[in-house]
Design a protein around this ligand. Structure first.
Ligand code: ZN
Length: 161
C-alpha cells in the first residue's frame, strides 16, 4: 500500500555522493519528518519512499538530473564588486540571494574574487552530483488539520511555533 498524500512521514536517512562521502545524515540526530505530497523532498525520492513499509530500509540512487540538476556552466557568471553592498567584506563561499527580473529568489555563492571582478555560481550546491540515500522508514501517520493548513509538520523533529 502506498503512503499517499498528506501523511507525516518519519525517516532516518544518510545522503552520500557518488564517492561515498556523507553529505547529510540523521545518525545521532532526530529522525527527519516531512509532509507527503507537498514537494518537501526530491520527487524521485518521495516516489521511492511511497512504497516502503514501516521499519524497512532501502537504498535509493538518484542521478543528478533527477536530483538537483546537472551542473550548468551558464549558471556561473562574472559580476562587478559594485553589485554588492559596500559594507560587506566579500569572501569566497559567501551565500547571497539575488532577485531575478521576474521576482524569483535566486541563491548563489561567491566562487572567486579577482580585483573588482567576482565570480558567482547559481548552481545548487548539489548540482551535478549523483546522490545515494540509505533510508529507514520509521513511521507514517495522518497529518493533523493544523499541519495541513500550515503545510509543515509540527512537534518533535518538525516545526515549533
Ligand atoms: Zn505550523
Amino acid at each position: 500500500m502506498a503512503i499517499g498524500q498528506n501523511k507525516v512521514v518519519t525517516m532516518n536517512f544518510t545522503l552520500k555522493d557518488e564517492q561515498g562521502k556523507i553529505i547529510q545524515t540523521t545518525n545521532n540526530n532526530s529522525p527527519f519528518q516531512f509532509l507527503s505530497g507537498n514537494q518537501q523532498i526530491l520527487p524521485k525520492l518521495e516516489e521511492e519512499i511511497d512504497h516502503m513499509i514501516i521499519g524497512s530500509k532501502k537504498n535509493v540512487k538518484i542521478p543528478a538530473k533527477e536530483a538537483y540538476g546537472e551542473y550548468s556552466e551558464q549558471a556561473v557568471q562574472q559580476v562587478s564588486k559594485n553589485n554588492f553592498p559596500k559594507d560587506i567584506e566579500l569572501e569566497v563561499g559567501m551565500e547571497f540571494i539575488a532577485n531575478s527580473t521576474k521576482g524569483e529568489q535566486m541563491p548563489f555563492v561567491v566562487k572567486e574574487i579577482k580585483n573588482e571582478e567576482v565570480t558567482i555560481d547559481y548552481n545548487h550546491p548539489l548540482a551535478g552530483e549523483n546522490l545515494e540515500f540509505d533510508i529507514e522508514l520509521v513511521d507514517v501517520r495522518d497529518a493533523t488539520v493544523e499541519e495541513l493548513q500550515h503545510g509543515h509538520v509540527h512537534g518533535p523533529g518538525g516545526h515549533h511555533h
